[in-house]
Design a protein around this ligand. Structure first.
Ligand code: TRP
Ligand code: ZN
Length: 882
C-alpha cells in the first residue's frame, strides 16, 4: 500500500539528480489485468557529479521483468530491483546511454486510483504526485523534464480511443484485432504530467483560434450518451483560453487540447499536458441534473486546469515543497477568471466564506503548516486548502502590494525568465522584486509562517486636531513546529466613511507606509494617524479581505450598520453584516446551552432584512447576506468547549427570528424572483434563484410547515430549485409524508444518474440530529451505493463527517466510532481518500470534554491499527499530537 517506508522528506535535503534524462519513449500493451510497459529512457551523467554513483529509479509495488542497457541485457550483478526502487551501477561516465525497463502492471486491481487504473471499462492514469512510479521505474520527481513519445497498443473493439499527451503522430492496425496510436509531446515535462487514456467514449469537438492565429482542436470525451452534458464545459474552456490570452498574454502551445471525464477519481481534476483528466462531476451538466453551484464549479475547474498549462506545466515545481508555486498561483488565476465571468464582489464573498470555513480551521489546528512547508511524510496529504487557498491569497496580496501594473510586470518576468524551468517560490518572488525594484523579504514570511494572523484594531477620533488614530497590533499564533513567529507584512485596505456615506481621503497619514487605500502593517504594533478629518468617520478595515487574517475590531452596532449601508465595497458591506450577526449567533449558542432565553438585537435583524429587500443590490449579493454563518463558522469563532447541539439550537432560533421579522419581504422576494422562460446557468439568473430559494427557506421557518417546500419540489424545473426544496424538506421536516414522498420521487427519477444520486446521499447524510447515523449506516447498504467510488464515499461518509455537526458529533461518540471503522475499511483500498476524509476530525480538541474524549479514543483506534497506509498514519498521528 503506497510507500511502505515512513521517512520524512526534508526541503533542506534537496539536490539535483546525478543523471539528466534526455528522452522518454514508452510503449503500452494494454490489458485489463496484465499491461506490459516498455520504458526506453536516455540519460547522461550530469557534469560535476560524483563518478560511479549509481542510477536510482523510483518504483511503487513494481516487479521488474526486463532490463536492457543500450539494448543489451544487464547482468544481475549490475542492478538491484525491489518494489520501491531500481538501482543500476557501472553506467557510462560521460556518453549518453539508453535504459529499457519492462514491467507488467494490473490496472484492474489498482483501487488506489494512482498510476494506471480502470474506471467503468476505461483505462486512465493519475500520476501527480507520485503515481508514475506505479507504472514503471523512473526518476519520479518534478525537476526531471523530458519530451515523451508514447505508443499505445490495445484491443481495437474495446478501445477505439487511444490518447496521450501532446500531438497525435499516427496510428494503424496491429495484430490480433489490436491497433496502435503514437503521440509526441515536444514540451519537456515531468512524469507527474504524463497521461494515457484508452477506451470507448463519446466526444464533443470544437476549435479555438489562438491570438497568433493557430487553430487548436478541442475535444471533450465523456461516456456515450452524455455528450450534450459536456457543452457547458466546452464553453467554459473556450472562455478560459481567451481570458488567459487577454489577461496574462498566455497562448496555448499544442495543436490539440483534450479533456476526458471519468467517474472514479480521487480529486477534482488533473492538468496533464494537453490531456486533462477530470472527475466527471466537474464536466457534466444540464439544467435537469446540475445545480448553479455545479455550473460555477465546472467553470472554475475547467479554467483552473487549463491555466495550469502555463502555471504548472510550462513552469513547473522544482520539488513538491513548491506545490503552492503552481497551485496557489493557479487558484488565484481561476478566482480572477470567475470574478470576471460573474460578479466580482459576490465571488469574493464566496471565496472568503470558503477560506474561513476550510482553511482557517486547518491553520488553527493540528494539521497547520506553512503555504511552503519544509517537511512531509506523505506528499498526498499536502494538497491542502492552505497550499491552494491561502496560497492564492498570498498571490493576491502581492497584487495588492504592487498594484495591478506591478503585478503584471512581475508575472511577465516570471514567464519570460522561467519558461521551461522547474522553479521555486523564491524564484517566483524574485521576479516581483526585480520587476518592481522592491524588497519582499518580510512579505515572504507569508509562505513560511503557518497560522492565521490575529490583528487587533482600535480607533479614536480627535475633533480638536481633526485626526483619526488607528492602532493595529498583530499576533501570529503558535503552530506545530513553529512556536515563535516574526511580525509579517500585512496589507490592510481601509476607508474612512462619513455620516453621509461619502468616503474621505485624509490629507496625510503618519505612522507607516500607505499606498492608495492600503496600510502596510509591518511591525508588531503600529499606529497610523490620519489628518484633515473634519468629522468623526467610520472605519472600514480589511476591505475586500485584503489580507487573510482574523480581525478583532470592536465596532459599535451603529458603525457596522453604517458600513453595511454605505461602504462602496460590497464585500465590506457583507463583512459588516457578518460581524453583526456572528456574536449574536455565538451568544445564542451559549444561551441554548445554558437554557436561557435566546434574543436577537432588532437593529441587526432589520439591517439584514433591509439588505435583502434592497433592489439596488444584486440578488446574488442579497442571497449571500441571508446565508448566515454556518454552524461550523460559529464553532470556529467560539474556539473551545463546543457543543454542536447548542450551536444548532441557537442558530435555528435566530433564523426563526429573522424569518418572523422579514416574512413580508421574503414573500415578496419569492414572487419577484421567479424566472420566466427556460433555465439559463448565467450568474444573474443563478443569483435570482439563490435569493428566491433563500426566501423560501425563511418562509418555511415562519410558517413551520413543509407545504411550501413540497410545492416548490413539485413545480421545480431545474436541479437547483429541486434540490433546495428537497433539502428543506429533509432537513427541517424529516420523516414527514412530504419529505418521504419527495425523497422517493427523487431517487426514482434519477435512478441511473450517479452524480445526482450523490446529491441524494448527501442530503440525507446531512440531516441534523443524532438519528442520522442510523440512516447513513442503512444507506451504506443501499444498492445505489458503491464503496469503491470516491464520489459516492465522499457524498455519504464525507458529507456526514464534514457537514453534519450535530449528526457526526453525537454526544455518545457513535459518529466518531463509525468514522474510524470507515477509515479502516477504505484505507487498504484507497489511502488518499481515507486520509482526506479523516481530516474531518482535525478540530476535535475544540469540542466539549465528553465529545473530545470520544473523539480521541476513536482516533486511537485508528492509530493502533498495524496496517495503516503512510497517508492515514501521517494524518492520525498529527491530529492526535498537535
Ligand atoms: N494538480 C491537480 C489540480 O490541482 C490536483 C491533484 C493533485 C490531483 N493530486 C491529484 C488530482 C491526485 C487527482 C488525483 O488541479
Ligand atoms: Zn491545480
Amino acid at each position: 500500500m503506497g510507500k511502505s517506508d515512513n521517512k520524512i522528506v526534508e526541503l533542506s535535503n534537496y539536490r539535483p539528480t546525478d543523471f539528466v534524462l534526455e528522452r522518454v519513449d514508452l510503449t503500452f500493451e494494454l490489458d485489463p489485468t496484465n499491461t506490459k510497459v516498455d520504458a526506453r529512457l536516455i540519460f547522461h551523467r550530469r557534469e560535476g557529479t560524483e563518478a560511479k554513483s549509481p542510477l536510482v529509479l523510483d518504483g511503487d509495488e513494481l516487479a521488474l521483468s526486463g532490463l536492457l542497457l543500450d539494448q543489451n541485457e544487464v547482468p544481475a550483478s549490475q542492478f538491484e530491483a525491489t518494489p520501491q526502487s531500481l538501482t543500476i551501477r557501472d553506467l557510462p561516465e560521460s556518453a549518453p546511454f539508453e535504459i529499457t525497463v519492462t514491467t507488467f502492471i494490473n490496472p484492474e486491481a489498482n483501487t488506489q486510483l494512482m498510476g494506471l487504473y480502470r474506471t467503468n471499462g476505461v483505462y486512465c492514469t493519475q500520476c501527480e504526485a507520485e503515481g508514475f512510479r506505479r507504472i514503471t521505474y523512473f526518476p519520479d520527481r518534478p525537476d526531471v523534464l523530458a519530451p515523451y513519445t508514447i505508443t499505445i497498443i490495445a484491443d481495437k473493439a474495446a478501445n477505439p480511443l487511444l490518447l496521450s499527451n501532446g500531438n497525435f503522430l499516427g496510428g494503424g492496425n496491429y495484430d490480433e484485432g489490436r491497433h496502435f496510436a503514437a503521440w509526441f509531446d515536444p514540451h519537456p515535462k515531468p512524469s507527474y504530467l504524463f497521461a494515457l487514456v484508452a477506451g470507448d467514449l463519446g466526444v464533443i469537438e470544437d476549435t479555438f483560434e489562438t491570438m497568433s492565429g493557430n487553430e487548436v482542436a478541442l475535444k471533450i470525451y465523456v461516456e456515450h450518451g452524455k455528450e450534450p452534458r459536456a457543452a457547458y464545459a466546452m464553453d467554459a474552456l473556450k472562455r478560459s483560453m481567451k481570458w488567459d490570452e487577454e489577461r496574462f498574454g498566455r497562448e496555448y502551445d499544442l495543436n490539440i487540447f483534450q479533456i476526458v471525464a471519468v467517474s472514479d477519481f480521487n480529486m477534482g481534476a488533473m492538468e496533464n499536458k494537453g490531456l486533462n483528466v477530470f472527475n466527471d462531476k466537474y464536466v457534466l451538466a444540464d439544467p435537469e441534473t446540475a445545480t448553479d453551484q455545479d455550473y460555477a464549479n465546472i467553470e472554475a475547474i475547467i479554467a483552473h486546469e487549463y491555466f495550469h498549462n502555463w502555471t504548472g506545466n510550462r513552469i513547473t515545481c522544482r520539488d513538491w515543497f513548491q506545490l503552492c508555486l503552481k497551485e496557489g498561483l493557479t487558484v488565484y488565476r481561476d478566482h480572477e477568471f470567475s470574478a470576471d465571468m460573474r460578479s466580482r464582489a459576490v465571488k469574493r464573498i464566496a471565496e472568503v466564506r470558503h477560506l474561513k470555513s476550510e482553511q482557517f480551521p486547518e491553520d488553527a489546528g493540528p494539521l497547520a503548516h506553512p503555504v511552503r512547508p519544509t517537511k512531509y511524510r506523505e506528499i498526498n496529504n499536502f494538497y491542502t486548502t492552505t497550499v491552494y487557498e491561502k496560497g492564492s491569497e498570498v498571490t493576491r496580496m502581492i497584487a495588492t502590494l504592487l498594484g495591478q501594473e506591478g503585478f503584471k510586470k512581475g508575472m511577465d518576468l516570471y514567464f519570460e525568465r522561467h519558461d521551461g524551468d522547474a522553479a521555486t517560490v523564491e524564484d517566483f518572488v524574485k521576479c516581483f522584486e526585480d520587476a518592481n525594484s522592491r524588497d519582499l523579504k518580510q512579505f515572504s514570511l507569508w509562505y513560511h509562517q503557518a497560522g492565521t494572523p490575529l490583528v487587533t484594531a482600535s480607533g479614536a477620533y480627535d475633533p480638536a486636531a481633526s485626526t483619526f488614530t488607528l492602532s493595529l497590533e498583530q499576533m501570529i499564533p503558535a503552530t506545530p513546529g513553529q512556536p515563535k513567529k516574526e511580525p509579517m507584512h500585512i496589507p490592510v485596505s481601509y476607508a474612512l466613511i462619513l455620516d453621509n456615506g461619502s468616503v474621505v481621503t485624509p490629507n496625510a497619514v503618519a505612522g507607516g507606509e500607505v499606498t492608495g487605500d492600503v496600510l502596510h502593517l509591518t511591525k508588531r504594533k503600529q499606529t497610523f494617524v490620519f489628518s484633515g478629518i473634519s468629522s468623526r468617520p467610520v472605519l472600514s478595515l480589511n476591505r475586500s479581505f485584503s489580507a487573510p487574517i482574523n480581525l478583532h475590531f470592536d465596532q459599535s452596532t451603529e458603525d457596522l450598520v453604517h458600513i453595511a449601508r454605505h461602504d462602496g465595497d460590497l464585500f465590506s458591506r457583507w463583512q459588516a453584516l457578518n460581524d453583526l450577526i456572528l456574536p449574536i449567533l455565538m451568544q445564542a449558542a451559549r444561551d441554548a446551552r445554558d437554557g436561557n432565553q435566546i434574543a436577537c438585537e432588532p437593529a441587526v435583524i432589520s439591517a439584514i432584512v433591509e439588505t435583502a429587500a434592497n433592489e439596488a443590490l444584486e440578488p446574488a449579493f442579497r442571497a449571500q447576506v441571508l446565508a448566515l454563518p454556518s454552524e461550523a463558522d460559529i464553532a470556529r469563532e467560539l474556539g473551545s468547549n463546543n457543543d454542536p447541539d447548542a450551536i444548532h439550537a441557537g442558530r435555528t432560533a435566530i433564523l426563526s427570528a429573522i424569518a418572523d421579522a422579514g416574512r413580508d419581504v421574503f414573500q415578496q422576494l419569492s414572487d419577484d424572483m421567479q424566472i420566466e422562460g427556460g433555465f439559463t446557468p448565467d450568474a444573474s439568473s443563478a443569483g435570482r434563484r439563490a435569493l428566491r430559494n433563500s426566501a423560501l427557506g425563511y418562509l418555511t421557518y415562519a410558517e413551520q410547515s413543509p407545504a411550501r417546500a413540497a410545492e416548490a419540489f413539485a413545480s421545480a424545473d431545474n436541479m437547483t430549485d429541486l434540490l433546495q426544496a428537497l433539502t428543506v424538506l429533509e432537513h427541517r421536516f424529516p420523516e414527514t409524508d412530504e419529505a418521504d414522498a419527495a425523497l422517493g420521487a427523487f431517487v426514482t427519477r434519477f435512478d441511473g444518474n450517479a452524480l445526482v444520486l450523490d446529491k441524494w446521499f448527501a442530503v440525507q447524510a446531512t440531516i441534523p440530529g443524532s438519528g442520522t447515523l442510523d440512516r447513513v449506516k442503512a444507506l451504506m447498504a443501499d444498492r445505489h451505493f458503491a464503496p469503491n467510488n470516491p464520489n459516492r464515499v465522499r457524498a455519504l461518509v464525507g458529507s456526514f463527517a464534514f457537514s453534519n455537526p450535530t449528526g457526526f458529533n453525537r454526544a455518545d461518540g457513535e459518529g466518531y466510532r463509525f468514522l474510524a471503522e470507515q477509515i479502516l475499511a477504505i484505507d487498504p483500498k484507497n489511502p488518499q481518500l481515507a486520509a482526506r476524509i479523516l481530516t474531518s476530525m482535525r478540530s476535535w480538541r475544540l469540542l466539549e470534554p465528553m465529545r473530545a474524549d470520544h473523539a480521541r479514543s476513536a482516533l486511537m483506534t485508528i492509530e493502533r491499527s498495524a496496517t495503516l497506509s503512510t497517508d492515514v498514519r501521517d494524518i492520525v498521528e498529527r491530529i492526535l499530537k498537535g
